[in-house]
Design a binder for this molecule. Structure first.
Ligand SMILES: Cc1ncc(COP(=O)(O)O)c(C=O)c1O
Length: 398
């Protein structure tokens, strides 16, 4: 199927479907008519085999207590093996109703109030909440930004771990919002530091499958780094939700290879809640892992084209906007500060350009003046958004 046909078949108008991204614009941004480029989900219907599997399950008409069949584990484990060369074992896998929920549970399981928890900023804002809402000590190390190419300041990471007796590091891999896929060398250095100072690692790998250029920048799970040398201190969170646009079917994974850590997690979770699995989430997830690879490749091509369009247009018409390298995730991170005063960003993006975006300061107080745009969408929205930005910058410079 060519890309135009794919878009025609799968791209969908989401207004009036209780979509947080589109139908909450008035409530969240005070204007229902913005182009919604914020929340990280897509304007594309799921693979048709997923719809077929859900339809069949719904036709059965019973939603009693469910359990996870072997076929689900097999589909998920096959996907990890085929797509990322990651070999998992069934007994490492637990289920959650969302990665953020699990993040809260893990902070509670493995740290005590007051313990230091490290994150690399700017980063997905619920990381801050999971630490601070649980009264842990927030420890941040700022990524180094060289004209949109972000790297880890390892000296600072080590200094922060030492100074704050950090117990837990929550990493985002690939990294939302700066779009990096960490290289095996970077990951090895980072995980070796965690090993040296006995820091546990929670690796949020929800964006694992959104690889913009798999040849150049392949994703490698923290569990595979250095042939699994660090797997005993790593817990991975992932899900089919970002990959296949299934966020509200509330089905995610907690992967814990270390037996002792797994026992601790099980004990804690059993005290906190009786978790059941979401039968529709798992029906959809299994079909997606079994049949969704080709659909995903179309989505990745669209994201890639949207990114190149945005990059080339802005390079030509607004060359002082810095665009972060997009290696992983479908979220692009723009620095508007060369044209717009940081405190005027909202007025510029919302009132002038007509866009609903995620603002830089949500990801780090230091990043006012940056915006994050979601590119997993119909190219027509990206074209309009870029046009609006270019026009408004031209007007402001006159
Ligand atoms: C890095 C990261 N983790 C977690 C989530 C949300 O996961 P969930 O909906 O499973 O809580 C997102 C969504 O944007 C994300 O970007």
């Amino acid at each position: 199927m060519d890309q135009a046909t794919f878009i025609e078949q799968y791209a969908t108008n989401r207004a009036n479907t209780n979509s947080l991204k589109w139908d909450a614009l008035d409530e969240r941004y005070g204007n229902p008519n913005l182009i919604a480029m914020w929340v990280a989900d897509m304007e594309f219907k799921v693979p048709e085999q997923v719809t077929a599997a859900l339809t069949q399950r719904v036709a059965h008409g019973i939603y009693g207590y469910s359990y996870t069949p072997d076929s689900y584990y097999q589909a998920f484990m096959n996907w990890e093996q085929a797509r990322h060369g990651l070999t998992l074992q069934k007994d490492w896998i637990r289920f959650g109703s969302g990665v953020v929920n699990s993040l809260y549970a893990l902070v509670n399981t493995y740290t005590q109030p007051g313990d230091g928890v490290l994150i690399l900023t700017p980063v997905y804002y619920p990381f801050f909440n999971a630490i601070q809402d649980n009264h842990r000590q927030l420890v941040t190390s700022e990524l180094h930004n060289d004209q949109g190419h972000y790297t880890i300041d390892f000296e600072d990471v080590e200094a922060k771990i030492k100074a704050n007796e950090v117990r837990l590091f929550i990493q985002c891999s690939p990294h939302n919002p700066v779009g990096r896929i960490w290289t095996p060398e970077e990951e090895t250095k980072l995980l070796a530091l965690c090993e040296q100072y006995d820091v546990l690692v929670v690796s949020d790998e929800i964006h694992q499958d959104i690889e913009i250029d798999r040849e150049q920048h392949p994703f490698v799970s923290a569990l595979s780094i250095a042939n699994g040398r660090f797997a005993d201190r790593v817990i991975v969170l992932n899900a089919p939700s970002k990959t296949f646009n299934l966020a509200c079917l509330l089905n995610s994974h907690v992967i814990i290879p270390n037996e002792m850590l797994r026992a601790q997690y099980d004990a804690k979770i059993n005290r906190l809640s009786q978790t059941e699995v979401n039968v529709l989430g798992q029906t959809a997830g299994q079909a997606a892992y079994e049949y969704g690879a080709e659909w995903l490749d179309h989505i990745l091509a669209i994201v890639r084209d949207n990114y190149h369009y945005l990059k080339s247009q802005l390079a030509e018409h607004a060359p002082k906007i810095t665009i972060a390298d997009l290696q992983g995730t479908y979220l692009t991170w723009l620095d508007l500060r060369a044209y717009v005063q940081p405190e005027a960003t909202r007025q510029f993006i919302q009132d002038q350009c007509g866009l609903a975006v995620d603002y830089g300061e949500w990801f780090s107080a230091a990043d006012q003046g940056f915006v994050r745009l979601n590119l997993a969408t119909d190219p027509k929205y990206v074209h309009k958004a870029v046009d609006n930005i270019v026009t408004c910058i031209a007007q402001a410079s006159r």
